[in-house]
Design a protein around this ligand. Sequence first.
Ligand SMILES: Nc1ncnc2c1ncn2[C@@H]1O[C@H](COP(=O)(O)OP(=O)(O)O)[C@@H](O)[C@H]1O
Ligand SMILES: [Mg+2]
Length: 225
Amino acid sequence: MENFELIKQGAEARIFKGLYLGKPTLIKQRFEKKYRYPDLDEHLTKERIKAESRAIVRCKNVGIETPALYLIDLKKRCLYMEYFEHSITAKEFIMEASNEFIEKLSYDIGATLAKMHENNIIHGDLTTSNILIVNQFGEKCFFKDYSKLKLVLIDFGLAHIDNSAEDKGVDLYVLERAIISIHDNPEKIFGLILKAYRKNTNGHNNVIAKLDEVRLRGRKRLVVG
Ligand SMILES: Nc1ncnc2c1ncn2[C@@H]1O[C@H](COP(=O)(O)OP(=O)(O)O)[C@@H](O)[C@H]1O
Ligand SMILES: [Mg+2]
């Protein structure tokens, strides 16, 4: 990991960027949590790394954009993957983009999540920070030509495979809560996401029904405290 520079320090992992086999590469290193028993900690960390790599590969196989996976180093708790030099998170994008672009993005997020759920991939931590907007032409330009952009899903450490409407509904609920807590006009953004989600899933309205159920549970929890 010489030549790699630390670019982010999260709650669970450090993010480094550098060159690996000549390619721009991001290393996500999950660190030890001192408050956990060491054996449990090691087990959980390895499970997260495995979950993340599995989901990345599974998404790729069904045509959902994810970073290419370069190396899994369980011993060092590292995942090496493609680094998108010219990217911003959907969170940053929404803060700056025009209404027109925000609407297009919301629609694309809904369609992408529909595809992901149709393939029974549950992300587990959907937020606008875990969606990257990438300029496909390698230009550092995001707000001029929407057709040059693509959407890349990241941060699959809590992902799993499940065909239940419940898990899919919870996935959507987590995203809705994240959008409400961060963005202006969340009803509009999430409304468009759901519209595209509905349109792109066949007869899976039971997921939306589950979402309503989960929302109700969430509200009750808030009231009860
Ligand atoms: N493949 C990538 N290319 C470019 N930037 C990335 C990539 N993966 C992650 N990032 C950036 O690093 C941040 C943290 O990565 P993430 O996988 O979400 O880890 P964390 O668990 O710390 O949230 C992302 O929000 C994004 O800004
Ligand atoms: Mg993240």
